[in-house]
Design a protein around this ligand. Structure first.
Ligand code: SF4
Length: 440
C-alpha cells in the first residue's frame, strides 16, 4: 500500500502546526493539497524544502515491494502474490489462490487423470472455475507430459531432482521446483523458482541467495506442512505474510505455496485447505483429485477473493426463464448476484415459465437495498415501466420478495395497473408458492 495523503500531511509543517505551514513554496496553496498530490505520485517530495528526514525514510520504506507478483502458465494466464493487506476487509485480496493437482509423469493412468482434471468445472454466481495447474512430478518423459498438460490449458509446476531439464520446457512458463537450488544453472535466469527450508529463516535465506546471485526474483516459498499442527501452520503463514507486507522484509516478500498430501481424511484435507486459502497460501497443491472438495474450496475462494468494495452483481434487466409466454408469472428482485442466482436457479430448475425483473441496486441484497434507498417505489416503477412486459403478458401480476412485504401498499399505489403480490422470504420456497398460487 502507498502512503495516504493524511499520513503524509501529518509529517508536513501543516500537520505539525509549524510557523512555515502553508508557505506555498511547493506551488500549492496548502500543505494538505501538496500531501494529496504526493500521495497520488503526481509530484516529488523535493518540491517542499521542509520535508523531514522522518518523512523521507517513510517514503523509502513504503517504496519497497510488499509481495512480489508472479505470472506463470504458457500464456502467463495465472498471477500469484501482489497482496498488500493482511485482512480482506482492509482493501481486497487481489490474486486468488491457485489450485493445483499433483500428477506423476510415470502414472500409468496419466492421460485419463489429466482428462478428468481438465474437464472438471464448476459454475457459481455467473463465474466458471476450473483447476488452475498441474504439479508435475518428474519421473522421466517430462517434455511430453508437460506438453500434454499445457495443451489442456493448465499451467505447470514442475518438481524435479534433475538440474538439467530440457531447455524447451521454458516455453511453457512453468514454475520450477528443483529439489536442490544450489545446482540451478544460469539458463534458469529469471524463471519462476520454488525454495523450501526446514525453518522460515532457512527458506528465506535460500530466496535471498537466488536474488543476490541474480538468478531470479520470481521466487515462491514452499511452506512444508509435514508434522505441524494447524495452529502452528497458521501462525507461521501469518508471520510470513506480516513480515512481507507489514514489515516490508524483502526476504519474505514472496508468495507461498503449500502441499496437502498423505493419509488424511477428505474432511481433514478440506479444513486444512480452507484455512490455507484464508491464511495466505498463493498456491495449494493436492495429491488427490476430489471434485466435491474442490467445489467447496472454489466457492470459498470466490467469496474470499471478491472485492468487498464491489459486490457481485448482475445486469439489471428482465430475464426470461423457461420460455415464458403471455400467461407467465413475473417475479422481481434486486441485482445482487447471490440473490439473483438463488431466485433464477429455483425458477429454472422448477421449470416455471416466468419473467424476472432485476432492479438496479448497486449489487445489494433486497433488505440492504431497501435500507440504503436502492429499492424504492420510484426505482421499481421505472424498472417495470421501462420493461416490455406490458405487451408481453396478459396477467398483470408482479411478485415481490417476501422480505419487502411492507412495501406492497406503496408499490401498489405507484403501479396501479399491476397487482403487487408478496412472495416468499426464501428463494427455495418459490416452487411451492407458485403451486399454491396456481391452485387458487
Ligand atoms: Fe507546506 Fe508546500 Fe510550504 Fe512545504 S512548501 S510547507 S508542503 S505549503
Amino acid at each position: 500500500m502507498n502512503l495516504t495523503g493524511i499520513q503524509i500531511f501529518k509529517h508536513l509543517p501543516g500537520g505539525l502546526k509549524l510557523p512555515k505551514a502553508n508557505c506555498k513554496k511547493c506551488g500549492f496553496a496548502t500543505c494538505m493539497a501538496f500531501a494529496l498530490k504526493l500521495a497520488q505520485k503526481q509530484i516529488d517530495f523535493s518540491a517542499c524544502p521542509y520535508v523531514s528526514d522522518e518523512l523521507k525514510n517513510l517514503f523509502e520504506e513504503f517504496s519497497k515491494k510488499q509481495q512480489n507478483e508472479i505470472k506463470f502458465g504458457e500464456n502467463m494466464q495465472l498471477t500469484i502474490g501482489g497482496e498488500t493487506v493482511m485482512q480482506r476487509h482492509e482493501k481486497t485480496f487481489v490474486n486468488k489462490t491457485v489450485i493445483a493437482i499433483q500428477l506423476s509423469t510415470d502414472d500409468k493412468d496419466f492421460d485419463k487423470k489429466l482428462d478428468e482434471i481438465a474437464n472438471y468445472q464448476v459454475e457459481r454466481v455467473g463465474e466458471t472455475f476450473k483447476v488452475d495447474a498441474i504439479n508435475l512430478i518428474d519421473k522421466g518423459n517430462i517434455l511430453e507430459k508437460a506438453k500434454n498438460v499445457t495443451n489442456k490449458g493448465l499451467a505447470l509446476i514442475i518438481s524435479t531432482f534433475n538440474p538439467y531439464l530440457p531447455y524447451e520446457l521454458k516455453k511453457y512458463n512453468p514454475i520450477f521446483y528443483f529439489k536442490d537450488t544450489t545446482k540451478i544453472e544460469a539458463s534458469y535466469k529469471d524463471s519462476r523458482l520454488v525454495v523450501n527450508g526446514s525453518t522460515l529463516e532457512k527458506m528465506a535465506k535460500k530466496a535471498e541467495q537466488l536474488i543476490s546471485q541474480k538468478i531470479t526474483e520470481n521466487i515462491i516459498l514452499d511452506y512444508d506442512l509435514t508434522n505441524k499442527n494447524l495452529a502452528s501452520v497458521i501462525e507461521d503463514m501469518t508471520k510470513i505474510r506480516r513480515l512481507g507486507i507489514q514489515s516490508r522484509d524483502e526476504k519474505f516478500a514472496h508468495p507461498v505455496m503449500t502441499k496437502i498430501s498423505g493419509r488424511k481424511s477428505d474432511y481433514e484435507k478440506l479444513s486444512i485447505a480452507s484455512f490455507l486459502l484464508c491464511r495466505y497460501s498463493s498456491i495449494i497443491v493436492f495429491d488427490t483429485f476430489d471434485k466435491a472438495m474442490l467445489t467447496t474450496l472454489m466457492t470459498l475462494r470466490q467469496n474470499i477473493y471478491t472485492d468487498p468494495q464491489k459486490p457481485l452483481q448482475v445486469e439489471p434487466k428482465v430475464y426470461e426463464m423457461n420460455e415464458p409466454d403471455e400467461n407467465s408469472i413475473i417475479f422481481l428482485t434486486t441485482n445482487f448476484a447471490l440473490t439473483y442466482f438463488a431466485v433464477a436457479n429455483e425458477l429454472e430448475s422448477s421449470a416455471i415459465p416466468s419473467y424476472l425483473i432485476v432492479t438496479p441496486s448497486d449489487g445489494m441484497s433486497v433488505l440492504t437495498a431497501w435500507s440504503a434507498d436502492k429499492f424504492t417505489a420510484e426505482i421499481v416503477t421505472k424498472a417495470v415501466r421501462n420493461s416490455n412486459l406490458y405487451e408481453k403478458v396478459k396477467i398483470k401480476k408482479i411478485i415481490i420478495p417476501g422480505l419487502l412485504s411492507h412495501m406492497q401498499e406503496e408499490l401498489q399505489e405507484a403501479l396501479p395497473e399491476w397487482e403487487i403480490v408478496v412472495g416468499t422470504n426464501e428463494a427455495y420456497k418459490i416452487p411451492e408458492f407458485v403451486n399454491k398460487m396456481e391452485q387458487n
